[in-house]
Design a protein around this ligand. Structure first.
Ligand SMILES: C[S@@+](CC[C@H](N)C(=O)[O-])C[C@H]1O[C@@H](n2cnc3c(N)ncnc32)[C@H](O)[C@@H]1O
Length: 375
C-alpha cells in the first residue's frame, strides 16, 4: 500500500501539470469506481472526485491533500495517467504490484483549461474544425499525441500575438506567413482573428511545396474561410503581396527564408513582425577566427550554437537599426522545440546603426543574409 500512497503523492499531488487522471476500479464496495481529475476553481488547483455507485455518480471537489483520504486498498486496480506514462497498481496477495508503460501513442485526454499549469488561448475541446483536418486534433477534439509539441508551439505563438493585439482596435487585418508548410499556425491565426477577435482577416501563407499549398487551400475553402489563402511562392524571389500589410509571421522558416521575411517587413515598413527562426547555416559556414570569440569557434557543436545565436543577435541589431523595437522572447520550452527564440518587433520612428554588426563582420569575416539585403 505504501508504494501506492508514495506514487500518489509524487505523481498526482506534487506533479508538474503532467497528471491527467486516476481511476480506481474493481471493488466489492458500494462505490465501484472512482475517477480523480485535476481542476482549477477560482484560480486554485484542486481535484474533482467522481464516485460511481451501481446507478449514480457523485461529484466532489477537494483540496489536493484530501485525495490521500480515499480508501485505496478497497480497489484492486489503480491507474494513474500522466502525460507520457501510465502507472498501474494491481492488488495481489502480497500487496500491490506496480507496472508502468509509455502511453505516447494514445491521443491526449486532458482538459487543459483545468490544468493548473497552463491556460491556453485555444483550448483542447474547443472545436477548431480545420485543426482536425490538419491532424492536430482527433475527431472528438483531443490533441493527437505526436502533434503535442506543435500544438504547444502554435498556441504559444497565438499567445504572443494576442499580447500585442488584445489592446489594438481594428476591424480588419492582413498578415503574411513566410514558409507556412502544413499551415497549422496559419489556420490558427485566422481562427484567432476571425472567431476570437471578430475581425475581418486576410491571411496568406507562402510555401514552396505545391501539394501542401493545394491541400491547405482545399481545407480553407471547405470551411468557408474566405480570407485565408495559400500560394506556392519562393519568398526569396517572388513578388508576394501588393496591398497594405499589418504583420508578418514566420515559424521555423528554413535558414535564410527568415531573413527574406524580415527584409520584406523592413522594406515595406510593416508594423509588426513575429518570427521564430529555424536552422541557421550561413554564419556557421563562413565565420573565421579573429579575436575574442575564438574559443567559441574551435569545436563544431559550440561553433554551430554560437553561430545560431550570433545570427539572431545580428538580426535583432539590424531590425533595431531599421526602426523596430525588438523583444527576444523564449518561444516554448526547449523540450517542445530546440529552436525556441522568437523575435517580436514593432515599428517605431527611432533608428539605430549598423556599426556593431559591421565591426563584427569585419573582424570575423562572416556573411549574414539580412545584413546583405538591408545594408
Ligand atoms: C520547417 S517548415 C515550417 C512550416 C510551418 N511554418 C510550421 O512551423 O509548421 C519550413 C517551411 O518553409 C518552407 N520554405 C523554405 N524556404 C522557402 C522559400 N524560399 N519560400 C517559401 N517557403 C519556403 C518549406 O517548404 C517548409 O514548408
Amino acid at each position: 500500500m505504501e508504494n501506492v500512497i508514495e506514487c500518489i503523492k509524487k505523481e498526482v499531488i506534487e506533479n508538474n501539470g503532467d497528471f491527467k487522471k486516476m481511476i480506481l476500479s474493481d471493488s466489492s464496495n458500494e462505490i465501484k469506481k472512482i475517477i480523480v481529475r485535476p481542476v482549477e476553481i477560482k484560480n486554485r488547483a484542486m481535484f474533482q472526485i467522481e464516485r460511481y455507485s451501481q446507478n449514480k455518480v457523485f461529484h466532489e471537489n477537494v483540496e489536493l491533500n484530501a485525495i490521500l483520504d480515499i480508501s485505496y486498498f478497497e480497489y484492486r486496480q489503480i491507474l494513474v495517467e500522466t502525460i507520457g506514462r501510465d502507472i498501474i497498481f494491481s492488488k495481489q496477495k502480497s500487496g500491490y504490484k506496480r507496472k508502468e508503460h509509455s502511453n505516447t501513442l494514445r491521443p491526449l485526454d486532458i482538459n487543459l483549461s483545468h490544468n493548473k499549469q497552463k491556460s491556453y488561448i485555444i483550448n483542447e475541446g474547443e472545436f477548431v474544425p480545420a485543426m482536425i483536418d490538419l491532424g492536430i486534433f482527433t475527431e472528438d477534439g483531443k490533441i493527437v499525441r505526436s502533434k503535442y509539441d506543435k500544438f504547444k508551439q502554435i498556441n504559444r505563438f497565438i499567445e504572443i500575438i494576442d499580447d500585442v493585439f488584445k489592446s489594438i482596435k481594428k476591424d480588419e487585418i492582413t498578415i503574411l506567413d513566410f514558409g507556412c508548410g502544413k499551415s497549422y499556425l496559419t489556420f490558427l491565426v485566422y481562427y484567432y482573428f476571425v472567431e476570437k477577435k471578430k475581425m475581418k482577416a486576410n491571411i496568406i501563407g507562402y510555401d514552396l511545396k505545391s501539394d501542401v499549398v493545394d491541400r491547405c487551400n482545399e481545407i480553407a475553402k471547405s470551411y468557408g474561410y474566405t480570407g485565408l489563402h495559400f500560394q506556392m511562392n519562393d519568398v526569396k524571389k517572388d513578388k508576394l503581396y501588393d496591398g497594405k500589410i499589418d504583420a508578418i509571421i514566420s515559424l521555423h522558416a528554413c535558414d535564410t527564408a527568415t531573413d527574406f521575411a524580415l527584409d520584406y517587413a523592413i522594406k515595406r515598413g510593416i508594423p509588426y513582425i513575429f518570427s521564430v527562426p529555424c536552422c541557421q547555416h550561413e554564419i556557421n559556414q563562413t565565420i573565421k577566427k579573429g579575436g575574442d570569440f575564438d574559443i567559441l569557434l574551435s569545436d563544431g557543436l559550440i561553433k554551430e550554437r554560437f553561430s545560431a545565436l550570433l545570427t539572431d543577435a545580428v538580426r535583432v541589431e539590424i531590425l533595431r537599426a531599421k526602426g523596430y523595437n525588438v523583444d527576444v522572447i523564449e518561444f516554448v520550452d526547449f523540450t517542445h522545440s530546440p529552436k525556441n527564440i522568437m523575435l517580436r518587433a514593432s515599428l517605431t520612428n527611432k533608428n539605430g546603426s549598423f556599426d556593431e554588426v559591421e565591426r563584427l563582420i569585419k573582424k570575423y569575416n562572416f556573411t549574414q543574409k539580412l545584413y546583405e539585403l538591408t545594408k
